[in-house]
Design a protein around this ligand. Structure first.
Ligand code: CP
Length: 307
């Protein structure tokens, strides 16, 4: 059966751990695995702009012996002229895997249901699961473990990163806290799914409106832009609603003294986080950005071996 990675809970706790272990090995021996030797091609499709995802997939596919084919939707038939499932049936005859950054999660589901090669979600409006593999790898590197840690996300609770933290963090057995205003809450069905996972793994999921309470005693503090791609027109309203969730030095001081700070980038400095924090000693954002490469290489190796 072909395995896809469309949302974080497509992986069990054991599978998530196996991919993180593999990422650690691949990071230590960068050119040691060549499952795409040939070279086989991987299609990497972008409906939205990207720096980290584009570079890390292109470099990662080349590192694995393959050839990345970067496709912009604007210059392809996908996105109005041809359905995701028809596109998938064309691509599967020629490529080893499909990576897609898009808007609606439903497009990814349709793409995956129509193909025999692995489909990877490189960010949708609902989830950013590749980023979470990199974040978990980074947290594990700095903290030595994942299960039992408290991670607090502050800001836009309806953000794709929040949904991914809820599912991936619960899968890892973490205590996931989200601090957000009442009008920017996570999707209820994602919270319910994360709750159900946490019951199995010993983790927990808690939604707060009070930023100070949510960050108190946290091991990991996370935020993301308040203005996700496609929401640019809402910037003024979002800044007004989210300003009390800004991660600054005073808020960071409420977390544990050895807490680390993560941000998937790009950051809107002065809005969701101050330069004092993002450039400060607790910030691990550059490790996090590098780990996109190692985590996604491990994911591709694992999906190819298990499909
Ligand atoms: N974090 C992230 O996905 O970055 P890009 O939008 O630059 O790919």
């Amino acid at each position: 059966m072909t395995r896809h990675f469309l949302r974080d809970d497509d992986l069990s706790q054991a599978e998530q751990t196996a991919i993180l272990d593999l990422a650690e090995h691949i990071k230590a021996d960068r050119w040691g695995r060549k499952p795409l030797a040939g070279p086989q091609t991987v299609a990497v499709i972008f409906d939205k702009s990207s720096t980290r995802t584009r570079v890390s997939f292109a470099v990662g596919i080349a590192d694995l012996g393959g050839q990345p084919l970067i496709i912009s939707t604007a210059n392809s038939q996908l996105g109005g002229k041809e359905s995701p499932s028809d596109t998938a049936r064309v691509l599967e005859r020629q490529v080893a895997a499909i990576v897609w950054r898009t808007y609606a999660q439903s497009g990814l589901v349709e793409m995956a249901s129509g193909t025999t090669v692995p489909v990877i979600n490189a960010l949708s409006d609902e989830f950013h699961p590749c980023q979470l593999l990199a974040d978990l790898l980074t947290i594990r590197e700095h903290k030595g473990t994942l299960a039992g840690l408290t991670v607090t996300f502050l800001g836009d609770g309806a953000d794709n990163m929040v949904h991914s933290y809820l599912l991936a963090g619960a899968t890892a057995g973490m205590h996931v806290r989200v601090a957000c205003p009442a009008d920017y809450m996570p999707e209820e069905r994602v919270v319910a799914d994360a709750d159900a996972i946490a019951v199995q793994t010993g983790g927990s999921v808690t939604i707060f409106t009070d930023a100070l309470e949510a960050v108190s005693g946290a091991d990991v503090v996370v935020t993301d832009t308040w203005v996700s791609m496609g929401k640019e027109d809402e910037k003024a309203a979002r800044v007004a609603s989210l300003s009390s969730y800004k991660v600054d030095g005073d808020l960071m001081a409420l977390a544990k003294p050895d807490a680390i700070f993560l941000h998937c980038l790009p950051a809107d400095r002065g809005y969701e986080v101050t330069s004092e924090v993002i450039d400060g000693p607790q910030s691990v954002i550059w490790d996090e950005a590098e780990n996109r490469l190692h985590a996604q290489k491990a994911l591709m190796v694992w999906l190819l071996e298990n499909s």
